[in-house]
Design a protein around this ligand. Structure first.
Ligand SMILES: C[S@@+](CC[C@H](N)C(=O)[O-])C[C@H]1O[C@@H](n2cnc3c(N)ncnc32)[C@H](O)[C@@H]1O
Length: 210
């Protein structure tokens, strides 16, 4: 059984994961059948400590939320924010809802299966420790589906282990027309900042021959 199957049936085995971000301590419930159930995933830790936590409220997406460490930190830091925590794994979604309530963000963290997010929602930021192990084609399909839903000035913050293809994902995203910057690199993880290309990048080149 993989953590990304949509309906894990293994016994629950609840347990807690504790971690600190920006001096704030979190204790979240995890369980069997979800990603990194015994500790905050080191990649997620790098993302939460290296990417700038937003300072303005808005609508955020935690893509592949697992039990919700990213969604809960964002919602906790920004009391006016709405965070869609999207995951294919039903148990992960149950845990997100529980954890959101535990950090006082029930109602502002929306645990949703991918098809349950209304089509007209636009995201100010997307945060993701994406599911590399689902395979390149599915990963690319997932990013092609969600990145276009970034607002015009939005940023997607992605963390990927270099040995799992962080650099080739960087190249693939750039090849799809996104502006990609390696924002940070730590413990073998890349934190990528993905934005829309600036209008100047889209202007036709003036060759001076008219
Ligand atoms: C690497 S884990 C990260 C989980 C969590 N954000 C964390 O940091 O602990 C990726 C997550 O993506 C989910 N996932 C897999 N395929 C997905 C898809 N097509 N759409 C949304 N989530 C997906 C998996 O179930 C898993 O929970």
């Amino acid at each position: 059984m993989h953590y990304f199957t949509s309906d894990p049936t293994a016994p629950d085995r609840p347990r807690d994961v504790e971690f600190t971000v920006g001096g704030v301590a979190y204790r979240l419930r995890t369980g069997a059948g979800v990603f990194s159930a015994d500790r905050l995933d080191p990649g997620t830790g790098v993302l939460l400590r290296k990417a700038p936590l937003p300072v303005r409220s808005g609508v955020f997406l935690d893509l592949g939320s697992g039990y919700g460490p990213i969604a809960c930190v964002l919602a906790d830091r920004l009391p006016g924010a709405t965070v869609y925590a999207v995951d294919v794994n039903a148990r992960a979604r149950e845990l997100v809802a529980r954890n959101a309530a535990a950090v006082g963000a029930a109602g502002r963290v929306i645990a949703a299966a991918p098809d349950d997010v209304p089509d007209d929602v636009v995201f100010d930021e997307i945060w993701s420790n994406p599911p590399i192990r689902i395979g390149k084609d599915e990963l690319h399909d997932m990013l092609d589906r969600w990145l276009p839903r970034l607002g015009p000035d939005g940023t997607a913050w992605l963390v990927v282990a270099r040995h799992l293809g962080g650099d080739s994902l960087h190249k693939w995203l750039a090849g799809r027309g996104w502006q990609v910057a390696r924002h940070a690199s730590q413990q073998g993880y890349r934190v990528l900042a993905v934005t829309r290309p600036s209008p100047a990048d889209l202007l036709p080149v003036d060759r001076g021959d008219t």
